[in-house]
Write a new protein. Structure first.
Length: 415
């Protein structure tokens, strides 16, 4: 039986409500391809949910909120059968990954590597651009900054972007930016030509105007996410890339991971991270573990619940705070997250990102099907990195294929 999360299924006000089901709960030649696209636009308003910063307003953590093990400097590997995974099923999924132009596939359960494959001349130390997986990293950095009292996401972003004061953008909150419902100006040309070619990407993004009030349009807006660079730097007093190294990458042992900068020295908060399969598995385990790493709270469990367990806007049930969710409802075209040919498709549909997968599964997703998948119920993390195809063509390996680790290979509990 499929799991049903305890989260609300947010849909646009003019749509029928989904029946609530209870259950457990610097630019390179590739830079134009480095960013993701628009997914959906529609009427409606963002939930008047001022308590989204407040722990009592959030669902409880899932049963895997505390991972039993986490890697030290070196990973431990384990026979998949010993952690409740079918080796034959994993081998078949790995074959699909290889055929799907993957560079690596990593399966972690109980904090240990239960399956690891490298293709196309790569190995465990091969780092590559992970594109909009970066957005989920930026979400986590924002959560850390809020935990430390540097900002509140309910505050106006103009607190740190003074040029927005006295303009229609003054009402845009940090939460609006994290939810991709800010209403900031967007177009294919702006996000995939002008932004990428700008020497100072933050100045370009900040200088765009307000196309609509917050909460009326959901768009996968890279320029809007880049404005979080100025928010984070202003709030923390630190370059977000350095902040990431100090508060996230370093503590987790993500030794092959970094956040890049544009030509003006701004951290690229929308698509600048370079990483490896193993390092991203550490990031996934942090999310699985309620934000703790070897007993130290890196980011609060409250933040992760808000970011990954609750739809952040009525306009897209499949989106949290810069993470993709599997909640059922009216969703934007999720292929916009992996395929540039889809970026201008503003069709909203009813359904889920992966219909066969558990409702509480969530993902960090980047162009060309760069995937970090976290499943709280089974306690698994799956990472797939591959060829950065601007338009992935079959065979490929994305969230639907990664979810097979849970739907086909999990045979029982750990041990």
């Amino acid at each position: 039986m499929r799991r049903r999360s305890q989260c609300s299924r947010h849909v646009r006000p003019d749509a029928h409500r989904v029946r609530r089901r209870a259950g457990r709960s610097g630019a390179t030649g590739l830079a134009l391809a480095a960013v993701l696209g628009v997914a959906a636009c529609g009427g409606g308003s963002q939930p008047a949910d001022a308590a989204r910063d407040t722990p009592s307003a959030l669902p409880s953590a899932g049963p895997a909120a505390a991972a039993s093990q986490q890697p030290g400097a070196e990973w431990e590997t384990v026979d998949p059968a010993k952690v409740g995974l079918d080796p034959a099923a994993l081998a078949e999924i790995a074959k699909t990954a290889e055929q799907g132009k993957s560079n690596c596939l990593l399966v972690v359960r109980d904090g240990r590597i239960a399956g690891e494959w490298y293709f196309r001349g790569t190995d465990a130390n091969t780092a590559q651009q992970v594109f909009s997986v970066t957005k989920s990293v930026t979400s986590t950095l924002t959560g850390i900054a809020q935990d430390e009292g540097d900002l509140k996401i309910s505050e106006s972003a103009s607190t740190w972007i003074p040029s927005w004061k006295g303009t229609p953008s003054e009402v845009v909150t940090v939460r609006d930016l994290l939810s991709n419902s800010s209403g900031r100006r967007w177009s294919v040309d702006i996000d995939y030509n002008q932004l990428v070619r700008a020497a100072d990407q933050t100045a370009f993004a900040v200088g765009l105007d307000q196309a609509s009030p917050p909460g009326q349009v959901w768009a996968y807006n890279n320029s809007a996410i880049q404005t979080l660079q100025q928010v984070l730097e202003g709030a923390t007093g630190q370059d977000p890339a350095a902040f990431a190294e100090d508060r996230l990458f370093g503590p987790l042992g993500m030794a092959h991971t970094s956040m890049g900068h544009d030509s003006a020295g701004n951290a690229q908060t929308y698509a600048g991270v370079t990483s490896t399969c193993r390092d991203l598995a550490r990031f996934g385990l942090l999310a699985l573990s309620g934000g703790t790493w070897h007993g130290k709270q890196i980011v609060s469990a409250d933040w992760l619940r808000a970011a990954t367990a609750t739809s952040s806007t009525e306009l897209n049930a499949a989106y949290g705070y810069l993470w993709w969710l599997n909640h059922e409802g009216v969703i934007g075209n999720p292929r916009a997250a992996t395929d540039l040919s889809q970026v201008d498709d503003q069709t909203a549909v009813r359904g889920q990102l992966v219909a066969a997968a558990p409702d509480d599964m969530f993902w960090a997703i980047g162009l060309g099907n760069q995937v970090v998948q976290v499943d709280p119920g089974s306690g698994t993390v799956v990472v797939r990195l591959g060829t950065p195809e601007v338009t992935p063509t079959p065979p490929t390996f994305g969230p639907a294929e990664a979810s097979r680790v849970v739907t086909e290979a999990v045979t029982g509990p750990v041990g």
